[in-house]
Design a protein around this ligand. Structure first.
Ligand code: PEP
Ligand code: MN
Length: 341
């Protein structure tokens, strides 16, 4: 249930409503929107008659029921797009924010070279893994804190904020100390303790869709972060596992359009993990923006054949610069989807 407050409601009105909710074993999340202040009610069961009681309280305009399992993430709860602000950057609301960089931070020379290249080509955010989730325990698993320090150095040199993954709850505090955005990896999408720990840092959190998660499960994962009181949540579609073997994953562009319709959260498209092949990144990147994605995450390496991870899906510097020329052309012509009536 969502309680819509009147424009004239004051702090005492809000406190009285929150207290009434506590009496019913419910939790209220006050939420200042662009046009109205609301209180989202989260709890297992809303007692019969509560909505009528609340509607008669001072300062309350109306209540509305959200039937979807996720509430705070739902478009019905917040009709306006969420805009996540990172410094001067705005992610959401039809932006075309480009996150680019290597799969893993490998060395100072490598991350600085790629950071300068993606910055020169017009990327907005640097990406790079310091803690890497790898299918095999014997594969390169990242430089850890040293990798975070190198990302911070690259930020200092280029001015680009960065995004990096926190792999488990133990690392969240450390990662949050360095990074601008915390990435929750696909394999961790339903690691609920991690979602909450990351959410509580107050940093923007990007939740990648699990390889076999439904859109509803993905939005419920985002709901875990939102329920900590952190509103800066970004979704990322990075491909799901299907019967198809020609590509590493199947980039689900339906999901981008569906998530934009069902949720107010920004959606980033990752055609690198979505296809697993560098030569498919360009067409799917453009498609991701065409279906309404709020930006892209692209893996870039100075020498993909020698990358410690995900070389086959990484663009070299030259191809990334070429892609950016096309991204700029498409983002200049992009408009919000026309409402069909
Ligand atoms: C990554 O971004 O390098 C990564 C590991 O992504 P995913 O969690 O989507 O596999
Ligand atoms: Mn990768």
């Amino acid at each position: 249930m969502v309680i819509v407050m009147k424009a004239t409601a004051d702090a005492a009105d809000r406190a009285a409503v929150l207290e009434r909710l506590v009496e019913c074993d419910l939790k209220g999340h006050p939420w200042e929107g662009e046009e109205r202040a609301v209180i989202a009610v989260v709890g297992a069961k809303i007692p019969e008659g509560l909505s009528e009681q609340v509607e008669s309280m001072s300062g309350v305009h109306s209540t509305l029921r959200i039937t979807r399992p996720y509430k705070l993430a739902a478009r019905e709860f917040q009709p306006d797009d969420t805009i996540v602000r990172v410094g001067k950057l705005e992610i959401g609301g039809g932006s075309a924010v480009i996150m680019a960089g290597p799969c893993s931070v490998e060395s100072e020379a490598q991350i600085l070279s790629t950071a300068h290249a993606v910055a020169a080509a017009g990327a907005h955010i640097l990406r790079g893994g310091a803690f890497k989730p790898r299918t095999s325990p014997y594969a390169f698993r990242g430089l850890g804190e040293e990798g975070l320090k190198l990302l911070a150095l690259a930020r200092e040199e280029t001015g680009l904020p960065f995004i990096t993954e926190a792999l488990n709850t133990r690392d969240v505090e450390l990662v949050a100390r360095y990074t601008d955005i915390i990435q929750i990896g696909a394999r961790n999408m339903q690691n609920f303790a991690l979602l909450e720990e990351a959410g509580r840092t107050g940093k923007p959190i990007m939740v990648k869709r699990g390889p076999s998660a439904t859109i509803e499960e993905w939005l419920l994962a985002a709901e875990y972060v939102l329920a900590t009181g952190n509103r800066d949540v970004i979704l990322c579609e990075r491909g799901i596992r299907t019967y198809e073997t020609a590509t590493r994953n199947t980039l689900d562009l339906n999901a981008v359009a569906v998530a934009k319709r069902r949720s107010h959260l920004p959606v980033i498209v990752d055609p690198s993990h979505g296809t697993g092949k560098w030569y498919l990144v360009q067409p799917l990147a453009l498609a991701g923006l065409a279906v309404g994605g709020d930006g892209l995450m692209i893996e870039v390496h100075h020498d993909p054949d020698r990358a410690h991870s995900d070389g086959p899906q990484s663009l070299n510097h030259e191809n990334f610069a070429r892609l950016m020329t096309q991204v700029r052309a498409i983002s200049n012509t992009r408009e919000k989807p026309v409402e069909l009536v």
